[in-house]
Design a binder for this molecule. Structure first.
Ligand SMILES: [Fe+2]
Length: 398
């Protein structure tokens, strides 16, 4: 919004299509409307804002089918570029009659104002700012019991909110069954499969297909960057943990990336500018994908992280670029391991840790394989499903 407007032709003030002056109504009484060649200026309480005519025509509520709730209007079939025959405001609604079609568009001014206030996007309750955490993160992770989440939409909303805002939450008193994990994961969204299927079990395995299935330490990583769309939200349900060692290591990777931006901007630039290859190969598999170690959103904020040295392929950036890239990459991995960032804890049987796999970097200390049992059962849910669930809960409870 806020584009420059040229060729203003007419100014209308609160009149209807017949040119009749309307009684002021609501807080938007007497807003100023000005026709441009390609868009309309509308004065709202936040100032005067420009709306393109195509956008206004396409935003008409009549374009959405009330049953399917999908758009049923094809703007490309209009006989000519949309242009108003008349426009006025009535009861806090912008009403436009179009020149070359028998159609009236009614748009809520509060909706337009909210759109403008949200930088030209529809307001999104799931667009919560991240709350970064450091080495004491574990003490502050949101904890909710499975029972609470299953009987209370308020608790479910708090759970989803924590996974979006903090990137992590712990669910306690889990039902000690496969179904317990299924029910919890499905409370946020459909379970998404990987090459391992819908679920995976982290425990000692003969001929393992992943380092996780050994007793070795597991370096800090995000899961499965070899997949074109790496898993979104990860669930790890601890079914048994009586071994010596094996503490979990968690790091808020996007928080560390923001520190890297401040402390080593040249490293940050390299890691946000180039994709590197990942693979996962075994009998019958050959997954390959390129990912960016630090991802930025359109506003330049850190939006995600991908680290997995055990699934990293031969870097295929130009060798001369690697002269700078590798040292920056190593410094960032070292930074992720700094004590100020790593929170360490022992996941107990009956707990399920739920975290954003594009934000939280996780690992494990080695454990003693001949002493006790350790079993984590896991699965994934898409991050879009998490946000969809959160929005629905916000709408239903508002
Ligand atoms: Fe993992």
């Amino acid at each position: 919004m806020g584009s420059e407007i040229s060729g203003l032709e007419t100014t209308m003030t609160n009149t209807n299509s017949s040119g009749e002056t309307l009684a002021p109504a609501g807080q938007y009484a007497n807003p100023h409307l000005a026709f441009g060649k390609r868009g309309l200026e509308v004065s709202l309480s936040t100032g005067t804002h420009y709306f393109n005519y195509y956008w206004l025509r396409d935003a008409c509520p009549s374009t959405i089918d009330p049953i399917t709730r999908e758009r049923v209007f094809d703007i490309s079939v209009l006989p000519s570029s949309p242009y108003p025959k008349a426009a006025h405001v009535e009861n806090d609604t912008l009403i436009i009659d179009w020149r070359d079609e028998e159609h009236r568009t009614a748009l809520s001014l509060p909706m337009l104002e909210a759109f403008v206030a949200n930088d030209g996007r529809m307001p999104d309750p799931a667009n919560l700012p991240r709350r970064p955490w450091l080495s004491d993160g574990y003490q502050h992770f949101v904890r909710l019991s499975q029972d609470e989440i299953e009987v209370s939409n308020s608790a479910l909303q708090s759970f989803a909110h924590a996974v979006i805002e903090d990137g992590v939450a712990i669910v306690t008193d889990m039902d000690n069954s496969d179904d317990g994990l299924t029910r919890l994961a499905q409370s946020l969204g459909p379970i998404t499969p990987t090459v391992d299927g819908y679920y995976f079990d982290v425990r000692l395995t003969i001929n393992p297909t992943n380092l996780a299935y050994t007793a070795s330490a597991l370096e800090l990583h995000t899961d499965l960057p070899n997949e074109e769309a790496a898993p979104g939200v990860q669930f790890l349900h601890c079914r048994a943990n009586s071994v010596t060692g094996g503490r979990s290591l968690f790091v808020d990777g996007t928080a560390v990336a923001e520190v890297l931006r401040d402390e080593r901007p040249e490293d940050f630039l390299l890691l946000t500018s180039h994709d590197i290859p990942f693979f996962r190969r075994h009998d019958g598999w050959d997954y390959r994908s390129h990912q960016r170690v630090i991802e930025l959103d359109s506003a330049g904020h850190v939006s995600g992280l991908t680290i997995s040295q055990h699934l990293q392929d031969y870097l295929d950036l130009p060798q001369i670029l690697l002269d700078d890239y590798y040292p920056a990459f190593c410094r960032f991995i070292s930074m992720l391991k700094e004590e100020r960032f790593v929170t360490r804890f022992r996941l107990e049987a009956g707990e399920c840790i739920v975290f954003d796999n594009h934000r939280v970097v996780h690992g494990r200390e080695a454990f003693v394989a001949d002493n006790g049992a350790r079993h984590l059962r896991g699965c994934y849910v898409d991050r879009g499903a998490l946000r969809s669930t959160y929005r629905t809960l916000v709408h239903d409870r508002s």
